[in-house]
Design a protein around this ligand. Structure first.
Ligand code: SF4
Length: 435
């Protein structure tokens, strides 16, 4: 049974070109000419952290993000030299590029001329009607979509807040920050009216906040009022270590409720993590088909038999570069839970007595010293990948039951060994694992 509700149907926008490929966002509702659309997979996007007009560095960063799986990459264009740089950057990358425009509508016009694939506008700082119309018309002429992104940080104005509080605050009085939702939605309505008047509908909406609860409430309310696809994100989420939790709490809730068509996780860390974590979130919710290996690892405990923390990090990097197929790989610190996890994995290693016992689809293939585990595990993963690609094996197909070796070695684990050690120290009961 899926815990994810059916996707909310939206209009669909498409960005990209024949060279970089096309990315569809949202869908399910017919296009304006009546052509049916089907919902596109939720896409993952990110934003460069470097300076755009440092062209070589910017290209290298975009290519690194693309290699990590980013499907759309946004760049900041605060100055004309940034939009000028786009003319050289775009031909060197293989992913649709979005120009992130604030304050200066000319940057949007310049980016469009430079060949960008989408524009992001912020109603909080580009709100001159004539300027907005100029950008809309330029995008319309080139069939480019626009994301309208209302961010909590850029829309709070004292005067506006008080006015909206009076007019609309009561509507959301039961929400955590009702006044903010009222402002966000009113801004969107006002802004999008300009787009509709220009008969422009290639629109994606975002309404980010730094507070995950507000994000959930804002997107939920917006999803009831607009049929445009939604770009989800928690803004200023913090470094990866904490931003990950804040982002997943909000985005996971929304996606599980069927809301959201493209996501950007934002960290004050390397943007590659944004892409990797965004993809992992979608894989975990069953919203995307996994690309590359799935790594399962135990959290380690006092029964640990090898340096598992370092091993897991090395295995993770190795799988990311060498494995294309969604092979399930388990790395377990001892035989308490090792055999159980190994049974469900395509390739598994569990440790004992500073050694690694490696299984491929339930079949024991190696028992190697700790220092050889990584290399041997990689070899087995690659060999297995080759067999799957040649049609000689199938993913997720276990062949035999795994019987835990017992004992694994002198200081090894094993059911009897663990039980024996517990009894020796006077423990009354044997707890099998803590995972
Ligand atoms: S008991 Fe579980 S957590 Fe502890 S080392 Fe073994 S597999 Fe890892």
């Amino acid at each position: 049974m899926s815990i994810v509700n059916p996707r909310r149907l939206t209009r669909q926008v498409t960005l990209g070109d024949a060279r970089v490929g096309f990315v569809r966002i949202g869908g399910g509702l017919p296009a304006r000419d009546g052509t049916p659309t089907t919902p596109a997979p939720v896409s993952v996007q990110t934003m460069t952290t470097g300076i755009t007009h440092e062209i070589d560095t910017c290209v290298a960063e975009i290519n690194r993000l693309t290699a990590a799986g980013a499907e759309v990459v946004r760049v900041a264009v605060p100055e004309k030299k940034d939009t000028d740089a786009l003319r050289q950057i775009i031909p060197q990358v293989r992913v649709p590029i979005v120009a992130d425009v604030h304050f200066h509508f000319q940057r949007a016009l310049e980016a469009i001329e430079a060949g960008v694939h989408k524009i992001r506008l912020n109603p909080g700082n580009i709100n001159d009607r004539k300027q907005v119309i100029d950008v809309i018309q330029a995008c319309k002429a080139r069939n480019l979509p626009i994301r309208v992104g209302v961010n909590e940080g850029s829309i709070i104005e004292r005067k506006d807040k008080q006015k909206r509080l009076k007019e609309l605050g009561a509507i959301f009085s039961d929400h955590k920050r009702g006044y903010l939702l009222a402002i966000m939605i009113t801004k969107l309505e006002e802004y999008l009216d300009i787009f509709y008047e220009q008969d422009f509908h290639e629109i994606v909406i975002s309404a980010k906040s730094m507070d995950p609860v507000t994000v959930v409430q804002a997107y939920t309310e917006i999803s009831k009022r607009f049929d445009h696809p939604l770009h989800l994100g928690v803004t200023h989420a913090g470094p990866k270590e904490t931003g990950c939790i804040r982002s997943v709490a909000a985005l996971g809730t929304l996606l599980a409720n069927g809301i959201g068509d493209t996501i950007r996780i934002s960290y004050a860390s390397d943007a590659v993590y944004e892409v990797e974590d965004g993809l992992e979130l979608l894989y975990s919710l069953g919203l995307r088909e996994r690309r590359g290996a799935e790594l399962i690892a135990c959290p380690t405990c006092g029964r640990i038999q090898v340096d598992l923390i370092s091993l897991v990090q090395d295995v993770r990097k190795m799988l990311a570069t060498d494995i294309r197929l969604p092979i399930k790989v388990a790395v377990m610190g001892c035989i308490v839970n090792g055999p159980g996890e190994a049974e469900g994995a395509d390739v598994a290693v569990f440790a004992g007595d500073r050694r690694g016992i490696i299984y491929v689809q339930g079949e024991r293939v190696a028992n190697v010293p700790e220092e050889q585990i990584l290399q041997r595990l990689l070899e087995e993963c690659k060999t297995f990948q080759g067999r799957v690609e040649r049609g000689e094996a199938r993913l997720g197909e276990k062949k035999v039951e795994i019987v835990p070796p017992d004992p694994v070695g002198e200081v090894g684990s094993g059911w009897e060994k663990v039980a024996h050690e517990r009894l020796k120290t006077g423990a009354a009961t044997l707890t099998i694992g803590n995972t």
